[in-house]
Unconditional design. Structure first.
Length: 384
């Protein structure tokens, strides 16, 4: 449970960490080259594969999710290689920056923020531009509150024989993402979102097609060299090529057990219900969702346009000061224009209702003409 003096984090990560997971992190150190760690590494890897729904190789990196994004690029892209990078928010743009850092040529596909790329746009770009080696997509763009329909895009990318590199940092474990069925070659995620862990671990799955490219690529990765991870995982006992963050592995082991005990489909259904309840509350308060179409709204974060007569800092400041609840503002070009409510990890109806109540109170305090209780009532109807 959250302590009485702790803020309720309703942001797009980091998320609430269960007490049992925090206790697991207090265990004493073990030999990270020994049998006990090898057994824990194997268990965590196999359980992650269940969440990713993949039979591909999967590796755990001691880094933030951005480290796994870098690993995907640095192991597959050489200077001069073209990478198609749809850009529709801050984190999809990050792929472009990583490609540039490793000498690749990003072929930008600009999409208006609040919209998402579709398979037709991807196919048109692949047909227009020759020699595209990979396509990057951020599945859940937390900066704008949208999620991208991946299934059809995966089929298009496969048809054009490019690698499909997908960032699921803020959605894996909270949304439906069958990696193998959707033809994702390098799938990336991170610990501090739906996995309800502290920041510090990243996960990456690697398809056979990706290995074919990796084995032909002159890599400039050292710490993130995926062949080194593969060789270390093959040892008896399995290990990491470099010193792992042991306490985070204890946490990961516990968090995955909690997730799978609840049942992956149940966890995903819960995330969808939290998102629906939040959106219904927002609409009942006559506020406007930021994504262009509701069917593309994220299931882990809801982005909302700030009323013109309201100041972002005052709105979020009141919620934090008066209610001890932290929600996020906009990023980059959206700073001051939207606020974002995170609902990922262990979030339940209780936290959603508390947040909507606090939002109503803050809006009323700032002179907005709203019906107090309308948002809470709309959310409750979803939960009933």
């Amino acid at each position: 449970m959250r302590g009485v003096d702790e803020e309720l984090l309703m942001i797009p990560g980091p998320t609430f960490v269960a007490n049992s997971t925090l206790r697991a992190m207090s265990r004493q150190m073990i030999n990270h080259r020994g049998k006990k760690f090898g057994e824990m590494l194997t268990e965590c890897t196999e359980n992650l594969k269940k969440v990713f729904r993949t039979k591909n190789d999967l590796f755990i990196l001691t880094s933030s999710g951005t480290g796994a994004m870098e690993a995907a690029i640095s192991n597959t892209i050489e200077p001069g290689d073209k990478v198609l990078c749809p850009i529709y928010g801050k984190f999809s743009e990050r792929f472009k920056l990583i490609v540039e850092a490793f000498g690749g040529i990003p072929v930008e596909l600009p999409i208006e923020w609040g919209a998402v790329p579709d398979s037709g746009q991807i196919e048109e770009a692949l047909e227009r531009e020759e020699d595209i080696k990979a396509v990057t997509v951020t599945h859940n763009e937390t900066s704008t509150g949208v999620r991208v329909p991946l299934h059809d895009i995966g089929k298009i990318v496969k048809k054009h024989n490019a690698l499909f590199i997908v960032d699921t940092i803020s959605s894996m474990g909270g949304d439906h993402i069958p990696v193998d069925d959707w033809k994702i070659d390098l799938c990336i995620s991170g610990s501090q979102k739906c996995f309800s862990l502290p920041p510090g671990l990243a996960f990456i799955s690697v398809s056979e097609k990706a290995w074919e490219v990796i084995n032909k690529t002159k890599r400039r990765a050292f710490y993130f060299s995926l062949p080194d991870y593969l060789e270390s995982y093959k040892k008896d006992p399995p290990e990491q090529p470099y010193t792992p963050a042991l306490t985070f592995y204890y946490a990961l082991q516990n968090s995955l057990r909690l997730l799978l005990d609840e049942g992956l489909e149940n966890v995903i259904a819960r995330h969808h219900k939290m998102a629906q309840a939040t959106r219904e509350a927002i609409k009942a308060l006559e506020l406007e969702l930021f994504p262009e179409r509701e069917e593309t709204c994220s299931v882990t974060v809801t982005a909302v346009k700030i009323p013109k007569s309201v100041q972002d800092k005052e709105l979020r400041g009141n919620i934090q000061k008066d209610h001890g609840i932290l929600i996020s503002g906009g990023q980059s070009a959206l700073k001051g224009k939207i606020f974002r409510i995170g609902h990922m990890g262990h979030v339940t109806d209780k936290e959603i209702l508390m947040t909507i109540y606090a939002l109503e109170q803050s809006l009323k305090k700032l002179g907005q003409r709203i019906e107090l209780g309308a948002g809470v009532e709309a959310a409750m109807k979803v939960f009933m």
